[in-house]
Design a protein around this ligand. Sequence first.
Ligand SMILES: [Zn+2]
Length: 436
Amino acid sequence: MKRGFVVMSLINNVVRETKSLCPDCLKTIKASIYEKNGAMYMYKVCEEHGEFHTLVWEDTKENYLEWIEYGGEARDQNVNSNPRPTTHNCPHDCGICSDHVQNISTAALMTTNVCDVNCPICFTKDGQQGVYKPSNEELLNMASHYQDTFSSEHPIELCGGEPTTRDDLPELAKGLREMGFDHIQLNTNGIRISKDLDFLKALKESGVTVIYLGFDGFSDKVYEKKYGRKMLDVKLKAIENCKTAEIGVVLVPVVMKGVNDSSLGEIIEIAKKNMPTVRGVYFQPVSFFGNYPTAPSNDERITIPGVLSCLEEQTCGEVKKVHFMPAGSEHALCSFNALYALNKDNTLKAVTKYGPRGINEDSAKKVSEFNKRSWRYSKMKTLTIGGMHFQDVWNIDVERLRQCRLCIISEDERIIPLCTKYVTSTKGEKLYSGIS
Ligand SMILES: [Zn+2]
């Protein structure tokens, strides 16, 4: 669409104004959140590339505003005392910049972009980048910079690519442990740990505290769609090996509409069967970034209330919408969380209930401590159910970015919010190149 010829839609029922990006040129543009037919949409216009309407919340304006209100007071008191100067404003040169209003409570260390599967959808893939496999010394230096800027008291995640393609991963974990990181999470597809129990045991002995395992359902159909291969046996064997090695597991389903959104109840059943080894289930409603350049339709989107409705329906009310609240310290619209205990009759009992988070002046630290306690291997039969809705170029919301607490430790010593780091335009362009 040519400049000057954009005819803006008449938008009624606007409840929030924010800023977003043009999906085509990545310019910062104004965005409005409005209600239509009982759901919330983001509307934005680029003078060059036209207008965009994206589904952001599958529930009413009242539900959306109540959720934001409940999450709204969790702000840290002393944020980012040493911000990086910014000349182009959030999100164009973050690192963390002075626009950021929240502390970081989890940092991801990208150990490699090498992977042992070639997924059709990949969050982190950057076709422009060659092989990225820094030495352990380089990775520990990056972690050390993060530690100087923030702290080692927060969880650190080992990510990729696939981190277990590195034989020296146990030494990396050991190095991080010696630096003071006491909660080390390994994000994995499970292939290596399913067939190499000694490697898994070495990881545990070196300081890895929890396995964050991609787990999208109980049928190979979903894995064929996501990974391009069968994976169910791999996933089940990985859980069994974690039981033997006595290391906690969090199951991480990416929720894809029409692919596995009818399997969420089944995933909770698998988690229950494998408690207490399985410590949590962390759902990720699919986001369209990485190697996903074509504009997804709103019919392909599922949002936080959509996931919660599926859970309530598919567990026959054992897990209910009202058990959940915005999690911890990030922007309310980013995540949801609830804690359960297992009853003697094998049903889940909610320990949390949907309600205001209240004023919480050290929220990032509290989130860290909660995750450490609830995800670490234990004989206690508790289960966290939660999730995070990562943002893509269509729904990205600068107000959410400013409150992000989950960041990537970049190789140029920046600390960059995850959704900022991986946002990808329709042309495959990114604000920040490379995986790290
Ligand atoms: Zn544009």
